[in-house]
Ligand binder design. Sequence first.
Ligand code: SF4
Length: 245
Amino acid sequence: MPQFQNFLHYTNALNEESLYSKLQKLASEEILRFCWETYGNAAFASSSFQSSSLPLLHLISLVCSEMPVYFIDTGFHFSETLEFRDRITKSLSLNLKIVYPEISKNELLGRHGEYLYRRDPDLCCYINKVSPMSKIADSRKIWISGLRKDQTLHRSTLKLVEAQPNGLQKVFPLLHWSKKKTEDYMAQNNLPFHPLHHHGFKSIGCAPCTRPVDSNEDERAGRWGGMQKTECGLHKRIKTRKGVK
Ligand code: SF4
């Protein structure tokens, strides 16, 4: 278990600027260790359990395997993702926590009709991902995520530490990793790929909003294909949509 002697001191003292100043000198695994040893259960990670998630999950398993890792089960995932999640959790001995939307698929259908993900994907993501995850985040101080700057335009603008409302701070230990560094780390540590990776699925989310990409396409080009949307909203500043369920 982490040492908590500094917990109150740091949660009171480290604002975005001072936490950044502390973490920016550290390697990715040292960032994870510092967050866990300093914040304990007020720190958590989230993962979509796709191929590019493996370096962060592997580092967590090495330095802070008790840190809770949240996976949002929207009910729209590929069965291969759920099987991969369970296999990786077992092999890396992760402390997996599964988050579900507050309403069932039948309730979603009754309130919003079929194919909400096509008609209003932002609302669908809000109900199925952002809202349930914000309930977890509300009671925590540190949210660890494996986003990289080179993945999307939005991610290229992120800082190592991003302050959120309610005192939460998001920390991205792999923010400056390149695609090549990610692949090299996976090869060096013999980490597996998501079963659909070799069928062209380089970035994988919910099945209705994910397609395979060609070798000349960006790895995230297959997410919300044909739409302007590039992010589910989890990693933009969390906005509440009062009364929406
Ligand atoms: S990724 Fe698609 S199916 Fe999943 S929550 Fe978002 S819009 Fe809905």
